[in-house]
Design a protein around this ligand. Structure first.
Ligand SMILES: NC(=O)c1ccc[n+]([C@@H]2O[C@H](COP(=O)([O-])OP(=O)(O)OC[C@H]3O[C@@H](n4cnc5c(N)ncnc54)[C@H](OP(=O)(O)O)[C@@H]3O)[C@@H](O)[C@H]2O)c1
Length: 381
């Protein structure tokens, strides 16, 4: 295993961390973890040098933490740093924080959580927690020995990321969605560099965009480029090596769902290193990014000029879901997102073709026409 630096801490994380959000299941129910297989996968990773395991209150319908307590029995707990997260969307008071942390310590059957994150911060949620003085609460937990390090995971725009980093000088680390497609999304590369310059360790989540970048075979223009590379790697290996090439990345979490993926990603991590990709290889990854982007059917930049729609249609989000479905050749995933992540009061079929949005759109997108088409495709069975 290769080990890396972790912000200002005197601790070396393994290049690969185990993200326990996509463990193998017994059936379609996310709460039914295939415990023997998932335990074998986690222990294989630890036996091969992985020293960081990431879970959360909510993973696997609340079964992720109790499962991990069992998986890390037989001496495995002592071999890893354990990370879990405060379910910030459920917090209304500091008493709630106490309740969740104490229950997490019980669920995980541990005296201390090594890395404790405020889960899934965005600007509004941060403002709520900041008003509660959540960081003072977290410092009390540090002093009481219940947690060892304070961090946060993040899903919002760069400006919100910078605000959160700047608001508190006690962060040891942060966790951001980052991969070769998301350099300008969310915190992005700018956020990675900003946090690293401020001395925070940066943990990467969704390095394969939840598996989309590891698709085999990838969309044809992407597959052609990977095939032309002088070195042959799997798409997953390319995506992971691109991350490990960057000194600001402290560790990469992958949510592996099969033993084969664990074996492959551990082997990738063993070959990894800062600056290990050549200029030609980095240029190839950029070409791949461009090839994916060229597949986007609707040239929406999510500028938001079309908003608010008088009918409440969430135009940029709908277009983003559809574009991703086409780009990553994953219409089933897009259908799932459209049904589950959008409220019926935001969907495309509410459009009455007033065309107000079209007049505002700097990209001159024929919005009502696209909305009709997208709705038909995303609600199809
Ligand atoms: N704090 C937060 O808000 C937050 C949000 C997201 C994630 N996370 C954490 O970050 C971790 C990593 O994110 P992620 O799970 O999205 O990681 P990811 O690596 O982007 O996606 C994991 C998926 O990629 C596929 N995969 C992994 N290795 C592969 C390989 N070698 N070959 C082919 N496919 C491969 C698998 O998809 P299939 O299962 O489809 O095969 C796997 O489920 C999570 O597990 C979780 O712990 C935190």
């Amino acid at each position: 295993m290769q080990y890396r630096t972790f912000g200002a801490l005197d601790w070396k994380p393994s290049a690969l961390g185990f993200g326990a959000m996509r463990l193998p299941l017994l059936n379609d129910d996310a709460g039914q973890i295939d415990a023997p297989l998932a335990t074998a996968m986690i222990r294989y990773a630890i036996d091969h040098g992985v020293n960081y395991v990431d879970t959360a209150w909510s993973y696997h319908k609340g079964m992720g933490e109790p499962f991990l307590a069992q998986a890390l029995a037989d001496g495995y707990r002592a071999k890893v740093s354990l990370a879990t997260k405060l379910p910030t969307w459920l917090i209304q008071s500091l008493d709630d924080c106490d309740t969740y942390l104490n229950r997490q310590l019980e669920r995980l059957q541990t005296d201390v959580i090594d890395f404790y994150l405020l889960h899934s911060l965005h600007q509004e949620r941060w403002h709520t927690l900041r008003a509660l003085n959540v960081t003072a609460w977290a410092e009390k937990q540090l002093a009481a020995g219940k947690i060892r390090h304070i961090g946060f995971s993040f899903h919002d725009r760069y400006a919100a990321f910078q605000e959160i980093v700047d608001d508190y000088d006690g962060w040891d680390f942060c966790q951001i969605q980052y991969n070769f497609m998301d350099v300008n999304e969310q915190a992005g590369m700018r956020g990675l560099h900003y946090a690293a310059e401020k001395g925070l360790a940066v943990i990467v989540m969704e390095p394969l965009r939840g598996g989309k970048l590891a698709k085999n075979p990838p969309p044809a223009p992407v597959a052609r480029l990977w095939a032309q590379a002088p070195i042959q790697r799997t798409p997953a290996d390319w995506a992971l090596q691109w991350l490990w090439n960057q000194p600001e990345v402290s560790l990469v979490l992958s949510g592996m769902s099969t033993m084969q993926q664990v074996i492959e990603n551990v082997a990738s991590a063993e070959r990894s290193g800062v600056g290990s990709l050549t200029a030609g290889e980095l240029a190839l990854v950029e070409q791949v990014r461009a090839a994916y982007q060229a597949l986007i059917p609707i040239p929406c930049t999510a500028c938001g000029y079309c908003q608010p729609c008088p009918q409440g249609v969430a135009i940029p989000r709908i277009f983003s879901i559809y574009n991703e479905g086409i780009m990553y050749d994953d219409l089933p995933g897009a259908r799932d997102a459209y049904r589950h992540w959008l409220d019926a009061t935001e969907r495309a079929d509410l459009c009455v073709e007033c065309h107000q949005c079209e007049e505002q759109c700097p990209q001159s997108i024929e919005i009502p026409t696209w909305l009709q088409q997208v709705h038909a495709q995303l609600l199809a069975d």
